[in-house]
Write a protein of this length. Sequence first.
Length: 522
Amino acid sequence: MPVSSANMPAPSMGIDAISPAGAMRADRCVYAWNAIPDELGLRARSGFDEWLSGLTGGATGEVRSMMAFAGAAAASSGDRLFATTATGIWNVTAYGGPPSQIAVFPTVSGDSGYGVSRGCVTAAGHFLAYCDEENGYYLYSESSASWSKVVGGAGPTEINGVDPSKLVFVTTHKGRVWFAERDTANLWYLPAGAIYGTAVKFAVGALLPHGGTVVGVWSWSYDGGAGPDDLLVIVGSGGDVVVYRGTDPASASTWEVKGSWYTGGVPRGRNIAMDSGGELLLLTLIGVLPLSRLVLGSDPQDRKIYVTRWVDPIFSALAAQRGTLRGWALYLHPLDRAILVAIPTVGGSPTEQIAISTVTGAATRWRGLPVFSAATWDGLLFFGTADGRVCRTINWLDDGAPVEASVLTAYQTLGDQRWKQIQTIRPIFVGGAANIASTTVARYGYATDEPAGPSGVGGGGPSAWGSAVWGVSKWGPDYLTTAPIRGASGMGREAAVAVRWNAIARSTLVGVDVTFTTGGPL
C-alpha cells in the first residue's frame, strides 16, 4: 500500500473539552498535562525548587498563606516574604532559611493561618495588612520590621467600632482600608489614609438576595489604572456580586451601586479574585469569570464568556466534587505567563491546577506542583506546601526531577475517511537539550488513555541543565531541535498521537509528523 504522511501541529490552543470529538481543531488537544502554550508550540511548564523548609504548625505544618511585601527601602532591602501556619507568621525571605516565627497567633485551631493580605502606604510609611480567619487584623511595619496584632480601643494604634479579631478580609480602595467581618454581611472601612482609628460599618446584606456572608471585597481598576473609574466589588458566599462606584461611601451623592448579579455560587476560599491587565477575574462554581463581561451586559450563566470555557466540563466536575473544600484560589504565574486555578486536594491526593495562558487564553492541566498557598514575589511564583516548605517556580526541574509533560492531539481523519494505520511517529521538539526522553503512541477511535511515561531523562547539548562546567563550557544556541522517529501500532478511521516527555531543560513540542497507510472499506 502507498505510504502517506501528515503533520499534526502542536496543540498550542490547549485543551478543547467542549467541541465534538470529530470536529476538534488540529491546534487543540484532548488533554494536556504540565504544558503551556508558548513561542513555537506547547512547552513543558517550568519546574520548582525548595526555597526553605522547617515551618511547623498544626498536624503537618501546612503553609496556609503566603504574603509578599514590597518596601520603600533602597535596593529592595525592605522587601519581605512571609508565610503563615496554624501557629503564626513566619519570615521566609532568606533562601535556605531557617524560617523564623515572628508572630504567634493566640488561636491556633480551626482555620487559623488562612488569611488575606494587602499592602498599604500611608504618610506613616509602608505596611502590610493581614486578616486571619481566627485571629483577625495584623499589621507589618517596614520601619520597625515587625508584626503586631491590632486590638480594639480608642488608642492611636487601635481600632474601635468593630472588634478587629473578627476581621477576616482586607483590601484598599481609593485610599481607604476595607474589611469584611467574620460570619456577617458587614463591611467596615477606615478613614482615608488611615490603618487605625474608627471603623465605619457598611452593611450589604440587603444586596445579597441569595444570602450568605461576605467572602471578600476587591478594588477593580476598570479603566486599567488607578483612575476615577475604580470600582468596589463585593462578593457574597451565596454567589451574589455587587459593584459600587464613587469616592466617599458615606455620601449618597458620590456613592452608588453600579450593578448586581448572581453568578450561581462561589467555591470555598477568599483568594478567589485577582486583577489581570485591567480585568478582575472571579472564580465561581461555573468557572473563571471576567467581571467586565457582566458590566457590559452579558448573562453570568452564559458559559461562553468564562475564561475556562474550553475546559468547562472538566472544571464543572471538579467544582461539583470539591467546591466545598478549602483551597480554591487564583494565582498569577509570571514565569509561565499563566493564571493558575488552584484545585483543593481530596484525601491526600496529588495537587493539581488548571493553567490559563495570559497570552492565548488556552487552558491546560498541571500536576506535580504541590501548591497549598502562593504569592508572586520578585517576579516569581512562591508557594507553600502541605508539609512545611516554601518553594519557588524556576528552571525546568521539579525539585531536581524532570517535569513530565503529556498531551493527546486532536483526532483527525488525516484527509481520508478509510481505515488507516500509522507506521511511524516523529515528535519535533525544540529546547535546551539535544536529546529529550519521550514516549509516543498512536491512538484510534477517540481513546483517551494516557501512555506510560518515558524511561530515562534525556540530556546532552551544550546548554543542558547540569551538564556544563562552570568557567569552561560556553553557552549553546537558544534552541536545539530533536525529532526521534518511533514505530506505531493499531488502526482505525480517526487517529491521534499521545506524546509524553521528560523536560530537563526548556522543551517545546512544535508538532508531530506521521506516516500512515490506508485501505479497506468505510
